[in-house]
Design a protein around this ligand. Sequence first.
Ligand SMILES: C[S@@+](CC[C@H](N)C(=O)[O-])C[C@H]1O[C@@H](n2cnc3c(N)ncnc32)[C@H](O)[C@@H]1O
Length: 534
Amino acid sequence: MKIKDLPKIDRPRERFLEKGPDALSKSELLAILIGSGIKGKNVKQLSEQIIRKFGDKFLDITVGDLLKIPGIGEAKALQIVSALALMRRFYEELGPKDNIVLSSQDAISLTSDIRDKKKEYLVCLYLNARNALLKKEIISIGILDKSIIHPREIFGPAVELRAADIVLLHNHPSGDVTPSKQDVEVVNKILEAGKIMGVNVVDFIIVSENNTHSFFAEIQSSNSKTTNYVSDGVQNSLFDLLETTEPIYTPEVKKIHKVYFYPENRVKVGRFQLQNRRFLGNKYKLLGFIEDIVNEKCNGFGVFCDIFAGTGVVGERFNEKNMKVIANDFLASNYFPLKAFLGISEIDFEEVEKKVELLNNLESRNDNYFSEFFGKTYFTLENARKIGAIREEIEKIAKNGNEKAVLITTLLYAVDKVANTVGHYDAYRKKLDTIQSLRLLIPDIDPENNTNNEIYKEDANQLIRKINCDVLYIDPPYNSRQYSDAYHLLENLASWEKPPVYGMAKKMDRTHIKSDYCLNSAPKAFADLSYNYN
Ligand SMILES: C[S@@+](CC[C@H](N)C(=O)[O-])C[C@H]1O[C@@H](n2cnc3c(N)ncnc32)[C@H](O)[C@@H]1O
């Protein structure tokens, strides 16, 4: 069929004049540039062939490439390549520039890549209060179905980016842009979610290769607040809403008159308890207060999660027979004690006692990894040799993961008692006067309460996506001091990978255990954590 045999409205030039360049597909725009076809192939078919052949590489096309296509002579090849070079030149001179979205047409021109896709795409444009594009994100590919478009996928990035407005675009590969029943359902659901999240859903646009349908008018009329492409400048993210309008939770500041006593150590001879260690920011002395608050605010809960557990004293406080405690910390030096005290529901104490005795009596006259780096500084040489030898032996004698956790915990707690420090390992005391000999004790574990518990060594933000709990106790680090710096030595001993150590403080590489909560990214990490709490 020749181009003039096509109905007028389907001819590229006519469509351009009628509807503007954004209404045209890539091959139609190219058809205008090429001008005419060849015998047996009209200009539209010729351009479609070129677009298909070069796909993503179109911008890098050369005259030589084009000359290989029957029907493209030197003049046409030069025309196309020059147009591309001209466009590139202008873009280079302009430099990076904000994409401003002030109309459905602006949104459509930013997503022209989905118009001729054979699968269904849902794309979201995240805009700031100036309507500049913050991010374009493909939300889903495939069939529009409830299970693949969860509002979380759309609004998660909106919260992260503090987007003021969003515009959604979705293609209909069939070419028919009439909204389906499902489209209408999805739009309504997204509008509802947007209202709750305080994110303005400005438009939902259905596109096909040649047509578009915008829900802008419907969205406008369904909204009490005027939704517009031209924003009012108010950054309506969820967190701003919480800050600027009536808060959902009224912060309660009250003076506590009650005097809280923390339990005296119930030390049994030869045993140690979970709280018998020095740990920055541990909440042992606040347990009564925390328990009162939890009981006041939460009625009848069954799963308590201590997601930044540290020593685990808070989780332990709520650890009862019919309760499930989830305890997590991303440091191995915290994970092993958590596992030993809160994660083991069956234990052969006799076996543990035998092994602890064996470790206490271990010969340790020779230097080893631990004594080489930490002897005569953090520990006496004798203690350091013993610590290294015991840790090595644990690898050999622990018969399973539970036993290993118990024995490592035993060692970590004993080490803390003979360390020549003020409680953390950023430095050691100049004078090595901590001369007490290392002695391992038995952990005072109550396995009966641990039947339902789960213990993790994960980044809290990853774990939150996998667990369910009734009470989430969140106690992240609250300054720039990394726990992996303060406890590098215990972490080294717990993980026992014997890495090289550096500097006066003999710290290993800790890049893999840096917490976002000690960095500028803390608010973002916190928002992500609360957003993903189930
Ligand atoms: C303030 S302390 C918790 C103290 C604890 N409530 C107690 O009473 O012992 C914070 C803990 O969070 C852990 N942590 C920091 N960032 C983490 C992350 N992204 N995921 C999991 N744990 C993290 C640290 O290792 C540290 O033990």
